[in-house]
Every structure is written in C-alpha cells, then in structure tokens.
Design a protein around this ligand. Structure first.
Ligand code: HEM
Length: 536
C-alpha cells in the first residue's frame, strides 16, 4: 500500500504532535516517566487509541502499538536514557511489561524483556533485519553482523559452513585441529604470565595477555596468522578493534538522530570510526593479497582461503552472488572484532569473579585436580566430566552481561508480536540484561553463583537463558567461545591461584559500558600453585 519510506514519514508526522501534547517534565528528565501527570496519562491513552486507528488505516492491523513512556518533541526519549542504557530499559520494563516501545529521536524502538517473546520474534524472517543507520552506512552494506536480506543470508550460510569445517561449530565433531590451535595459544599465554611474574611483577592487568591470546586464536582460524604482543602492527589492530567498541557507544546517538553528527564529541567518534575502519580494512586487504599469491585450492588453510576458492568458483560459473573482496574484508573485520573483544572480556570477567569468590575458585580447582590433575594439559574432552566448570562458564556469561542488549534487529515488514502491531523498520532491542538479572528467574541475581546452573550434579541451562541470542541471527561464535574459555580458564586455574593484590581493596564488579561490556580495569595477583596453593 505504502513504500516503507512513505509509511515511516506518516508515522513521524503522526507521532510528532503526540509528543508535543505533554507538559515538559518538572524535574530532572531522567525520571520523567514516573512524574507524568494524570492529564498526560489520559492524553497518552487517548492518543494511543488514535494509534489503533492509524494502524487500521495504514497497515490494516487491528492491533495496538506496544505501550511505552513519553518523550519530548523531536528527540523522544533519547535525552532520558542515561549512560547505563540497559539499566534504564530494565527499569522501564518494570513499568510497561515485557514488551514496550520508546521513541529515540526519529526511530521507534521496541524493547523485549522476555526470552519467550525474543524467541518467538527472532525465529521469524520478518524480524531478522538490521537497522539502516548512519553508523552501519560506514560499512557500506558489507559484512555479516550489520547486513540483512539476500547478502546476509548467503554470506552467513557460507561462514557457518566454513566454521563447521574448521571445527568451530561442534564441541565433538572435527574439532581436533582447532583444539590444538587453541591449546598452543594457551601454552604461550601461560609462559608469558610466568615470565612476567618471575620478573617480580606480582600483580598484573591480565587483559593485554588475554587479548593477545584471543586474537591469535581467531587470527589463526581466519587467516593463519598469529602475533607477538610486541609486534607494533598487531598492537595497532587490537587498539583499533577495542577503540571501535568504545567509539560505537559514543557515536550511537547519530543512529537515532542524524543531526547529532554536529555535536563535537559524537562527530569526532563518528569520523574516527570511519578512519579506523579504513585502516583495519587496509591491513586485512594486505592479508587477502598474500593469501591470493599462495592459494592452493587443494589445501585450504583458513577462512580466507575458503572464501577465495568459493569466490573463484562462483565467478567461473557465472552465478549471481555477493562474494567479493570488499565483502570478505568486512567479514574479517566482523569476526576478528567479535572473536577478540567478547572472548577477551569473558575470560577477564572470569578472573575478576573468581578472584572475588575464592571458595568458588577452590571448588573449580578441586574439580580440575580430580579430572585432569597437575602437570597434564587440559583437553576439551575433559569438560564432559567437569560440570562445575561448565556451570561457571554459564554463570560468567549471565552475571557479566557482556552483550547486555544483544544486537539490534529491525522488522523487514509490518508485523505483530504478543498482540501488538510492530510496523516495518522498527528497531527491536532484546534486553538480555533484564532476563539475566530478573529476580523472578534467578535467586539473588547480583550474586555470582555457578550452582544455579547445576541440578543433581549435572549442568542445567534454563531455556530462558540466551546469552548468544536465538533464532536466525544467533551468534556464530558460541561454541568457539566455550572452547576458548574452557581451555584458557582451566589451564590458568590449574597453574595459578587468583588473588586480590596484597594491601589493595577488592575491585568492584563494574563494567565499561560499550557495545560489549568489559570489566573496569583491575589488577590480579597470580600465585603459582606449584609453590603451594593459598587454599591448602
Ligand atoms: C562471549 C562471547 C560472545 C557473546 C556473548 C556473543 C553474543 C552475540 C550476540 C548476542 C549476537 C547478536 C545475535 C542477534 O542479532 O540476535 C551475536 C552475533 C554474532 N556473533 Fe557473537 N558473541 C560472542 C562471541 C563471538 C565470537 C567468538 C564470534 C566469532 C566467530 C562471534 C560471531 C558473531 C557473529 C558473526 C554474529 C552476527 C550474526 C548475524 O548477524 O547473523 N561471536 N553474538
């Protein structure tokens, strides 16, 4: 009936006056939804009835729009979201329920706080889009994480099949080669730590060691490359990747209100994202060129080889496809940053939680000593006999909330969910934080307690726990993450006790809010267990 653009314009024109009708909040806007007058409430209900009329007229739907808080003209709720966006959205969920909408600048955002509803939505094609925003436009429509439609479908299916062949999609099948790659990085990581400690550095920030190890795992899988932490080029790439997550958080408002590009800090972040992306792409381009020179279709070394071979095959056959060098480079960017940042942060969180909870640390070490013993290398097969370790892995993901708001989806057409109408191009935010910290689902959710994932001594993962999201766009790195965290953490605890440095106060459990939540920098004291465990 209407093109998406027309439809969207109509909604904007309509939603404008609805915002204007409310008196400005009297107090600090952060609490505006709780200070709305009765008059405003009544007006809201009235205008929401209008929404139904609008839906009937424009989308043919009889369903109302989801409820939600009021905003101010033009910016909607944007000025009230605050720094800890996930906390604000969770608070709003207590008032408006498991599905509600807010207007952030020019965008309608539907927030889902319930795992069952997220599953229902994300298994449907219509909910599998990604928002077209100022920031995603920097990527020029390439990659996997921020694309949708036919390109995303083809490229995701290919990435999935290559990850499976490389052993990164099953804890059992075909994993041997990948396991060896991870284990060799574990040994380098442990040796680095030992030499640092022997150089009398008793307490360290473990993140750079973890970042080096995690990027070497993903680097070898993607492009057969490993790096030394002293390598300047490599340090620069890690810097750019880590900075990318922070810049994303600063520049995010332009996604909702393009004029924010003229705010100096946001503008700086936006431009820096562009130049950083050009720099990393240049680096990956060189690697693709090197692979081209040495490519042997009979001996696929890594993802880049597999991609180039498939690209050539399709080109020869004259088939239509989205395989291209630009696409390959953006996929490398996507996977390298996901593999580096999320895995590094997960193990860093693990170190923090275990250092703050010595009893849990000791319980894992007892399990390690019983199943593997000292002096033997940890193997993935050992995990089957280590339920406490696996439960700890899930608890780290729950309590750290690394990807607190998942990744935003967008509706490809008009749709409905839970009895509400969801117009096309609505942003859909799965609030994984609200699920992970819901006191109705988890007793004392703030507490770090792996036992909540055990039932009669066996691992039990409730169906509402979805740290890797669900459905058509579910994370492709879930198994790889599990393998890496298990091998690194088990080996670390097999050899070291993790302690709060002497004379220092225990660090807070607090995160740096960015696209992926890392713990605030902290120091840990590593005590070699062969020198006598502090727990004995
Ligand atoms: C702690 C570790 C990780 C967590 C918690 C995590 C979580 C997530 C989440 C929540 C999404 C969004 C899914 C959606 O849109 O509904 C996602 C997407 C994705 N993840 Fe991960 N991830 C992790 C590690 C990794 C790793 C190691 C890789 C490397 C292969 C990876 C690759 C991807 C890709 C390619 C996507 C995009 C999928 C798509 O848009 O179709 N992730 N991840």
């Amino acid at each position: 009936m209407f093109s998406p653009a027309q439809h969207y314009t109509i909604i904007l024109i309509y939603e404008g006056p609805r915002c204007w009708m409310f008196p400005p909040p009297k107090r600090r806007p952060n609490t505006c939804d709780t200070h709305v007058s009765k008059w405003a409430e009544a007006t809201y209900k009235f205008t929401n009835k209008f929404s139904t009329v609008k839906e009937l007229y424009f989308t043919g739907s009889r369903l109302p729009l989801p409820p939600g808080p009021y905003g101010i003209p033009i910016l909607g709720y944007l000025p009230f979201v605050g720094h800890d966006f996930h906390l604000r959205l969770t608070e709003l969920g207590k008032k408006y329920g498991s599905i509600y909408q807010i207007h952030l600048g020019t965008k309608r955002v539907v927030v889902i706080n319930d795992a069952r509803l997220i599953k229902e939505a994300f298994r449907q094609q219509v909910f599998s889009g990604r928002p077209d925003t100022e920031l995603t436009r920097i990527l020029q429509g390439y990659g996997i994480v921020n694309t949708d439609g036919a390109l995303w479908k083809e490229q995701r299916a290919f990435l999935h099949s290559v990850l499976r062949k490389l052993g990164a999609k099953s804890m059992i099948l075909g994993r041997d080669c990948l396991e060896l790659k991870i284990r060799s990085q574990v040994q380098i990581f442990l040796n680095d730590l030992k030499s640092t400690i022997r150089n009398k550095q008793s307490s360290i920030n473990i993140r750079p060691y973890l970042a080096c190890a995690a990027s070497n795992v993903i680097g070898s899988l993607l492009m057969s490359m490993t790096f030394k932490s002293s390598d300047r080029k490599f340090r620069r790439i890690i810097e750019l990747m880590e900075e990318g997550f922070r810049l994303f958080a600063i520049a995010m408002p332009v996604n909702f209100f393009p004029l924010f590009r003229f705010v100096p800090l946001v503008n700086y972040a936006y431009r820096k994202m562009q130049t950083n992306r050009d720099e990393t792409s240049g680096y990956f381009h060189e690697i693709v060129e090197e692979h081209r020179q040495t490519l042997d279709p009979e001996h696929i070394r890594d993802f880049v080889d597999a991609y180039l071979v498939q690209h050539d095959r399709i080109k020869e056959s004259g088939q239509d496809s989205f395989f291209s060098e630009k696409q390959l480079i953006q996929v490398m960017n996507d996977i390298f940053s996901a593999g580096l940042e999320n895995v590094t942060s997960t193990i860093e969180w693990a170190v923090l939680f275990l250092m703050l909870n010595p009893k849990i640390q000791q319980q894992i070490q007892t399990e390690i000593d019983q199943v593997i013993g000292q002096g033997k290398e940890a193997k993935l097969a050992d995990l089957e006999q280590m339920p406490y370790m696996e439960a700890t892995f899930w608890e780290i993901l729950r309590r750290s909330n690394i990807v607190a708001l998942g990744n935003t989806h967008s509706t490809l057409e008009d749709s409905s969910l839970a009895g509400y109408s969801i117009p096309a191009t609505t942003n859909i935010l799965p609030n994984l934080y609200a699920i992970n910290m819901d006191p109705e689902l988890w007793e004392n959710p703030e507490e770090f307690n792996p036992d909540r994932f055990l039932r009669n001594g066996r691992v039990h993962r409730p169906e509402y726990f979805i740290p890797f999201s669900v459905g058509r766009r579910m994370c492709l790195g879930d198994i790889l993450t599990k393998m890496e965290v298990f091998l690194f953490l088990t080996s670390l605890l097999q050899q070291f006790d993790l302690k709060v440095p002497d004379g220092e106060r225990p660090p807070e459990v607090a995160s740096i809010v960015s696209a992926s939540m890392a713990p605030r920098p902290f120091k840990v004291s590593l005590v070699e267990r062969s020198n006598g465990s502090m727990f004995k």
